[in-house]
Ligand binder design. Structure first.
Ligand code: PLP
Length: 393
């Protein structure tokens, strides 16, 4: 980054960071749909491959459109380096492959994305990496779970679907006191609302599929952190294992980043309005949203985030039947497990995103059968209320 760029505010970074104009003078960022790059000479090819001179080689690990997305996201997160991946799960796998070895141990919040739990439990365990799951906000439990071989703390805040909020600075201190790294999945807030790296996190993970795209078009992921961890170890995984982001998807995501601060503000406002309305509905037993005064970590969310995000979960009367009846009575809201879209989506976590957990694991994580998760989009809130009111009557 130039000196000028370092002074840019977040909205300017979202629109401008990472763009390098070509000799054609294009205003919008170009897409480079090429698998490889041509060299001027054998000597230049050799210098690129040896790493002696920087530059494009092959799109598995060097592509200008992907690089623009990476640099823009790194600038927004306040990290030295970003590496993009084919999906959020590929980004999480790359952290594990790049930073862990057989015999290492992870301490993870039990309230992380269901597929991440599966990755740790069913796959990493086969390669000798064990994971201890602890309640997100029980800091003494995090400390007790640490072993001499603990290498990674893994947390998602706010959590999915209950929107519990963890104190990132506190977890970073705890991890570092035990010579472990802290990875934060910043999916729900995005850098527009929360910056884990200045709070002490070593790695930030994204499912770009969600708010970074923001319009439900592409699947992608990214890791942000230091030049040493991300630029060397995690980039090495991308280069040799190849879970790469396509240039087209990178272009969609980097254009998505341009409106990210505006969208996150609007998502947060709509979600707060809907959450307040849900709290007043007699057939709603409990509403989970960090922006509500009733939320257990409301004060922490105010301190740590600049907005409360767009995810609202709530428990309806009647268990699974009540939840399914509500979901099936919607006409506007989309029934889909995806989140972070301009279109509002509704899902039943117990039978979808968290369906592969055992009933005991679900109960421990607080995912009841009557729980419904709404990812509040950018429609008129009154239309969303009318759509939900039909099933809550
Ligand atoms: C969706 C999601 C992921 C996984 O990302 P994909 O792009 O679907 O692979 C990881 N973490 C969280 C919090 C998510 O919501």
């Amino acid at each position: 980054m130039s000196h000028d760029e370092e002074q840019w505010g977040p909205a300017t970074r979202a629109v401008r960071a990472g763009q390098v104009r070509t000799s054609e003078g294009e205003h919008a960022e170009p897409i480079f749909p090429t698998s490889s790059f041509a060299f001027k000479s054998a000597a230049e090819a050799a210098a690129r491959f040896s790493g002696e001179s920087p530059g494009n080689i092959y799109s598995r690990f060097t592509n200008p459109t992907v690089r623009t997305f990476e640099q823009r996201l790194a600038a927004l997160e306040g990290g030295e380096r970003c590496v993009a991946f084919a999906s959020g799960m590929a980004a999480i796998l790359a952290i594990c492959l790049g930073l862990l070895r057989s015999g290492d141990h992870i301490v993870a919040s039990r309230s992380i994305f269901g597929t991440t739990v599966m990755l740790f439990q069913n796959y990493l365990a086969r390669f000798g990496v064990e994971t201890s799951f602890v309640p997100l906000t029980a800091y003494d439990a995090w400390e007790r779970a640490v072993r001499p071989n603990t290498r990674l703390f893994f947390v998602e805040t706010p959590s999915n679907p209950l929107t519990e909020v963890a104190d990132i600075a506190r977890l970073a201190k705890l991890a570092h006191a035990h010579k472990a790294l802290l990875a934060v999945d910043n999916c729900f807030c995005t850098p527009a609302l929360q910056l884990p790296i200045p709070l002490g996190a070593d790695l930030v993970i994204h499912s770009a599929t969600k708010y970074l795209d923001g319009q439900g078009r592409c699947v992608g992921g990214a890791v942000v952190g230091s030049e040493t961890l991300v630029g060397k170890e995690i980039f090495g995984v991308l280069r040799t294992a190849g879970p790469s982001m396509s240039p087209f998807n990178a272009w969609v995501f980097l254009k998505g980043l341009e409106t990210l601060p505006l969208r996150m503000k609007a998502h947060s406002e709509n979600a707060l309005e809907l959450a307040l309305w849900l709290e007043r509905q007699p057939r709603v037993k409990r509403v989970y949203f960090p922006g509500l005064a009733s939320h257990p970590q409301h004060a922490l969310a105010r301190r740590q985030q600049t907005g409360f995000g767009g995810i609202v979960s709530f428990e309806v009367e009647g268990g699974k039947d009540g939840a399914w009846r509500l979901i099936d009575s919607t006409r506007l809201i989309s029934i889909t497990a995806n989140l972070g879209d301009t279109k509002t989506t509704i899902t039943h976590p117990a039978t979808t995103t968290h369906g592969r957990l055992t009933p005991e694991q679900r109960a421990e994580a607080g995912i009841s059968d009557g729980l419904v998760r709404v990812s509040v989009g950018l429609e008129d809130v009154e239309d969303l209320q009318r759509d939900l009111a039909r099933g809550l009557g």
